[in-house]
Design a protein around this ligand. Structure first.
Ligand SMILES: Nc1ncnc2c1ncn2[C@@H]1O[C@H](COP(=O)(O)OP(=O)(O)OP(=O)(O)O)[C@@H](O)[C@H]1O
Length: 831
């Protein structure tokens, strides 16, 4: 793939002439909006020009589309702009179809596009890979991830944008566009991995967003895709979408079950039923020691494919990931250490740069063998480096948890699922398909095989699993979610009467599925419950004249800030209390306490002994801040005795302890030191930091929207700290960290190599970057330079547009002034 990026390729190569030609062609296409052949002329590539087709070849290495992709792009639903839901096995090439549709929306229909991806890493990867297209085809790629992304977005006059968002951020973006009455700027919404609508954490956010959108407008074209939805037609009904399915898989996948030392092939009878067929007995000639340490023969199974090919091992728990990585090292040939030695050293240096000079001791031992582990306990930066190393072939085996299965395009010849359990739960068919589907990816490997490892006792369940139908996606909306939906519907004036709210609830997936359930609440009852709750919270007012609801001032500010009303009330009380008792600004701790999220932070468990030692290290100012919040020595004494505090609420106590994590990071302690000090994994700390940055920007918008004199200075205070919180870095790295795929380590290396800001990177030669930055693949270097150019271009053009607006206004004012002056001049003198 890398040879696509040959040395002669210049990012500025999309010459003005190309772009002018492209624009002219687009203009001629656009001038025929009612032409029925608009999308089917032989001269074009699904309505786009061959120039776009060539870019797809250049940037993605794809020369021809699969038959199903052509069928899908020619569907009536597409040409008539009806919503579309399509489902194919993993690796079927779904993303390309969505990308072609998005390009059409941007270039032909001249509308912006929202692209929703479920994970931060996936969204960041997409921003990076779309950047060269944006540069060549003249559209912006705007990142809505973590602390990035403006609400409402900047309005560009000349160019269109793809907003690449995580689910939460997409929901915020749509609310802000609705609030500012700019929803008509969006022409298409694409949702990848739509089956996650059935997941309890992000599912309701996705469901509320889609329901609201479909309720207010029919003119946004919704495209959704997934590999694993059992109730596809039901989800299609919810989306009001045409459903397209195909079982195409470009690379054959051979599936096996391994039980003790026997391998069975999973085969299908004519009636479609699965059965297991004896395949082979395993004998790896293990030494006595290895036999004792690795009775499951994992090392042998991995050894069969690496280092020539690659292998992913899915493990049931995080602990097992690192344990198995070490175990596999014992089983492989010691000569493996000699392969790609320089690249492995570069990877270790890059990891060390990310970890402020520290590399995990296990990775230090396993990477020389080309083996690593990967789970949410690692920081995003560490995970990204390992993924890139796996893609580049520096690492040939990764032991990971199921999180790696979701959507990441990693080339594995063999996938081993080392247990049919995820944590304590038996594997679901959708998870099995996602995991095994990572093997044999087109363009990356030529064949694929998956091994599901199990005990004799689990065999009947395994057969049950393989013969089961795909899991259904069930709505996970709760009463709290309906309260949130109601608040936003009333606040945005999407539905302000009970009848309208009922109509809105009727389009939710929850309600579509609810019709079939016995003894479930009616829509009217659910609406009534939500309204009652909001009344009890003093969040809504009802007009006695016409039965219309409106939000109270505080609830309206909460909605603008994307906060739950109850959370907003706590934030408000805390802020007022801090002001009343005196906000201490000798350092940032008091402020951090006020922006530390208090809900959904259960996973941070700080050990009692660590709490005592952290608390005893507080300086006198920090102690004063603790006291101001209400925490005294008494709390610590109570806590040391029985691990609980009774003199103050648990929430305040826990929140203060967590704000100390942020405070330590802010004071330049590395994530490693903080992880050790609080005994919390660095991945969890990193996620917590991201959530705190997002919560801080909600508090900022909340205080702005409240428009209260007492809180006037909070937005300014927070404005200053949010960017640094989002990236957890020093100010001189902030600009570089705006680039996708640039985390702290890379930013530090760029700075050291003389690239201080976006402008420097924009002018860099990608190949020089590859030489001066450790472990930077060529493709990534090109994409980083393209992203820098695009960001700079956006900044420059936004300023230009602002200047043009001011000039137009000035001209208008001048005309008015001249007009008035003339009028005065011409007035009869008696007047
Ligand atoms: N027409 C094509 N010809 C060759 N390669 C293709 C084609 N379409 C897609 N690919 C490649 O196939 C690989 C898998 O594609 P993609 O990621 O779109 O699959 P997917 O269906 O979205 O999979 P998943 O459900 O696992 O996310 C990618 O490397 C992609 O570039």
């Amino acid at each position: 793939m890398d040879d696509l990026f040959n040395d002669t390729w210049d990012l500025s190569m999309s010459t003005i002439i190309d772009i002018v030609n492209e624009n002219q062609i687009n203009k001629s296409v656009r001038s025929l909006p009612n032409d029925p052949n608009l999308f089917s002329t032989d001269l074009t590539f699904f309505g786009l020009t061959n120039y776009v087709k060539n870019l797809i070849l250049k940037y993605k290495g794809i020369e021809t589309l699969y038959d199903w992709q052509i069928d899908c792009l020619n569907l009536q639903a597409i040409n008539q702009k009806r919503n579309l839901l399509y489902s194919l096995p993993t690796s079927g090439g779904k993303t390309l179809v969505a990308e072609i549709l998005m390009l059409r929306e941007l270039l032909i229909h001249k509308k912006n596009v929202i692209f929703v991806l479920p994970y931060v890493a996936l969204a960041q990867e997409k921003v990076r890979s779309l950047a060269p297209f944006g540069l060549d085809l003249e559209f912006y790629v705007e990142e809505y991830v973590g602390g990035k992304g403006k609400y409402p977005p900047l309005k560009h006059i000349k160019k269109r944008s793809i907003y690449v968002c995580t689910t939460e951020k997409a929901a915020g973006l749509i609310e802000s566009l609705l609030e500012s009455k700019r929803l008509d700027e969006i022409g298409m919404l694409v949702v990848d991995e739509i089956h996650l609508i059935g997941e309890s954490s992000r599912g309701p956010t996705l469901e509320m967003m889609l329901s609201k959108l479909m309720f207010v407008t029919k003119s946004i074209h919704i495209i959704a895709m997934s590999a694993t939805v059992g109730n596809l037609h039901e989800i299609g009904d919810f989306l009001n979408a045409e459903v397209y399915t195909h079982n195409f898989r470009p690379v054959e996948l051979a599936e096996y079950v391994k039980c003790e030392d026997t391998v069975y092939k999973i085969s299908r009878a004519i009636d479609g039923n699965c059965y297991l067929e004896f395949n082979r007995k395993l004998n790896f000639n293990y030494s006595e020691d290895l036999q004792k340490n690795d009775p499951g023969l994992l090392g042998g199974l991995v050894r069969e494919v690496i280092p020539e090919d690659s292998c992913l091992v899915f493990c049931p728990t995080r602990k097992q990931c690192s344990h198995f990585a070490m175990l596999i090292c014992q089983a492989v040939n010691k000569n493996f250490k000699e392969i790609r030695k320089t690249e492995k050293l570069a990877l270790l240096r890059a990891l060390s740069e990310e970890g402020y000079g520290i590399v995990c001791t296990i990775l230090k031992k396993t990477i020389p063998y080309g083996i690593a582990y990967h789970h949410s306990g690692l920081t995003n930066a560490e995970r990204k480096l390992l993924e890139e190393a796996f893609l580049a072939g520096t690492i040939s085996c990764i032991c990971c948890t199921s999180t790696l299965a979701a959507g990441i395009n990693l080339p594995a010849k063999r996938v081993i699922i080392f247990s049919p359990y995820v944590g304590k739960d038996f594997l679901k068919l959708s998870t099995y398909k996602q995991m095994s589907g990572r093997a044999g990816r087109k363009g990356l490997t030529t064949a694929g095989e998956s091994y599901l490892v199990c005990q004799e006792i689990d065999m009947p369940k395994i057969l049950g699993l393989l013969r089961s139908t795909m899991d259904r996606c069930e709505s996970k909306m709760t009463a709290d979610n309906f309260i949130r939906l109601t608040t936003s519907a009333i606040g945005l004036k999407v539905a302000i009467k009970k009848q309208d709210l009922m109509k809105l609830y009727n389009v939710t997936l929850y309600q579509i599925q609810n019709y079939e359930k016995e003894n479930s609440l009616t829509v009217e009852q659910i609406v009534e419950q939500s309204l009652q709750k909001l009344k009890s919270l003093n969040a809504i007012k009802e007009s006695l004249e016409n039965g219309e609801y409106s939000l109270t001032h505080l609830a309206s500010a909460a909605m603008t800030a994307n906060l739950d009303v109850t959370d907003a009330q706590i934030v408000y009380e805390n802020l007022m209390e801090a002001i009343g008792n005196g906000l201490i600004l000798s350092n940032y701790l008091h402020l951090f306490y006020l922006i530390t999220p208090f809900s959904a932070i259960e996973e941070i468990k700080i050990d009692r002994q660590n709490v005592i030692s952290v608390y005893s290290e507080l300086s006198s100012v920090e102690g004063k801040i603790a006291e101001r919040i209400g925490i005294t020595e008494v709390c610590l004494i109570q806590y040391s005795k029985n691990g609980k505090v009774s003199c103050i609420s648990e929430t305040i106590w826990e929140r203060f302890l967590r704000s100390l994590i942020i405070f330590n990071l802010w004071n330049k302690k590395s994530i490693w030191e903080v992880s050790k000090k609080f005994d919390v994994s660095r991945g969890i700390i990193h996620n917590f930091l991201m959530r705190t940055a997002a919560f801080a920007s909600s508090v900022q918008r909340f205080t702005e929207a409240l428009k209260m004199e007492e809180l006037e200075y909070f937005p300014c205070l927070l404005q200053k700290i949010i960017p640094r919180l989002s990236y957890c870095c020093t100010t001189e790295l902030l600009q570089l960290m705006q680039l996708p795929a640039v985390k702290i380590g890379r930013a530090k290396q760029l700075l050291k190599a003389g690239y201080k800001n976006l402008q420097d990177v924009m002018n860099a030669d990608p190949l020089t970057l590859v030489r001066s930055i450790d472990h930077l693949p060529r493709r990534v270097a090109y994409e980083i330079v393209a992203a820098a150019k695009l960001l700079m271009l956006e900044k420059a053009e936004t300023l230009q547009e602002e200047a043009d607006n001011i000039k137009t206004e000035l001209n208008d004012n001048k005309n008015i002034a001249e007009f008035s002056f003339n009028e005065i001049e011409n007035l009869p003198s008696s007047q």
